[in-house]
Design a binder for this molecule. Structure first.
Ligand code: ADP
Ligand code: MG
Length: 290
């Protein structure tokens, strides 16, 4: 009766907005020990809005935003979308942009009017030992804001802070997983301060921050040590290798194609709370099979 029960549970799953691509992974979901969540677009809504614009001396607010806006029009990262929205709202002009390049997990760079303009993370600033107003940065990061730095030929033009909103349903899913004794872990490329802010608010068991894209799957394999079973849930291109490495890979339906194609289960309604249904249904179908 095994297979019949399974196909029934698969159709129940479909009615709950779960698309099962790998039944074996789904069936094993009842015994997972840890769930790793991506932050942006998974635990948070992934809709950044610009909250602060802090130009360096001699730079105007609109010049700072115009530089970032021009370069970010080339990217579809959630941060880029937030900056582009702010540029559009203010009716800023877009400079010609050439030689656009992604700096994996650090930001991006392009040629604008014969100068090199980059928009980068605090981690990249520290790596390249470019100094900035730490106090003002800390104050914004403390509030959970993501701060990016705009450079022109490696010279700081200013900081732009953006805020994202934690999904209302994330509180519920984390609380219930904690109650089930499942470890809840957030893994993000974003800065430690911001990550800890979100981690504290949600009551996560562990926060892994400033993870470069190529390190995500390695982190999952570390978490699998000692026979622990790990599920991973994410939405981005960056998350795909980690989804593949996990025992149960779960993609947000509204996420990028690569994440969706790699996942074992897709959350059609793009709501992380549906993870609870995966565990419930897999438990129920396991009980019926044994
Ligand atoms: P996440 O794991 O949250 O999806 P990413 O690996 O995509 O994070 O990005 C990590 C960090 O790199 C971001 O928090 C940001 O500081 C920087 N970054 C990435 N893309 C951009 C961009 N388009 N503009 C500015 N900064 C970016
Ligand atoms: Mg993401």
């Amino acid at each position: 009766a095994g297979p019949l029960v399974t196909s029934r549970s698969t159709s129940i799953a479909a009615s709950k907005g779960l698309l099962i691509r790998n039944r074996i992974a789904f069936e094993g979901a009842y015994k997972i020990d840890k769930i790793v969540f991506d932050k942006t677009g998974t635990l948070t809504e992934g809709n950044f809005g610009v909250t602060d614009i802090q130009p360096a001396e001699g730079v105007s607010e609109s010049e700072l935003l115009t530089l970032a806006y021009s370069v970010e029009t080339q990217s579809d990262h959630p941060i880029a979308k937030g900056i582009v929205k702010a540029g559009k709202e203010r009716g800023l002009e877009i400079y010609d942009v050439k030689n656009y390049r992604n700096l994996a997990g650090k930001g991006l760079t392009a040629t604008v009017k014969d100068t090199e303009v980059s928009v980068v993370s605090p981690g990249a600033m520290k790596n390249d030992q470019i100094s900035f107003d730490e106090k003002s940065y800390e104050a914004m990061a403390q509030q959970g804001k993501t701060v990016v730095f705009v450079l022109k030929n490696n010279k700081l033009q200013g900081m732009i802070a953006l805020a994202d909103i934690i999904r209302e349903s994330s509180y519920k899913v984390i609380k219930q997983l904690n109650e089930l004794g499942i470890e809840t872990i957030m893994m993000t490329g974003d800065n430690k301060r911001v990550a800890n802010y979100v981690g504290d608010k949600l009551g996560l068991s562990q926060v892994i921050a400033e993870v470069l894209p190529h390190e995500k799957s390695k982190n999952v394999s570390e978490l699998k040590k000692d026979g622990k079973r790990v599920a991973m849930i994410g939405d981005g291109i960056n998350d795909a290798p980690a989804l593949a490495e996990s025992d149960v890979g779960i993609a947000i339906g509204a996420g990028t194609d690569v994440a969706i194609e790699t996942a074992d289960i897709i959350l059609v309604n793009s709501n992380p709370v549906d993870v609870l249904n995966i565990i419930k249904l897999s438990k129920a179908s396991h009980k019926k099979m044994v």
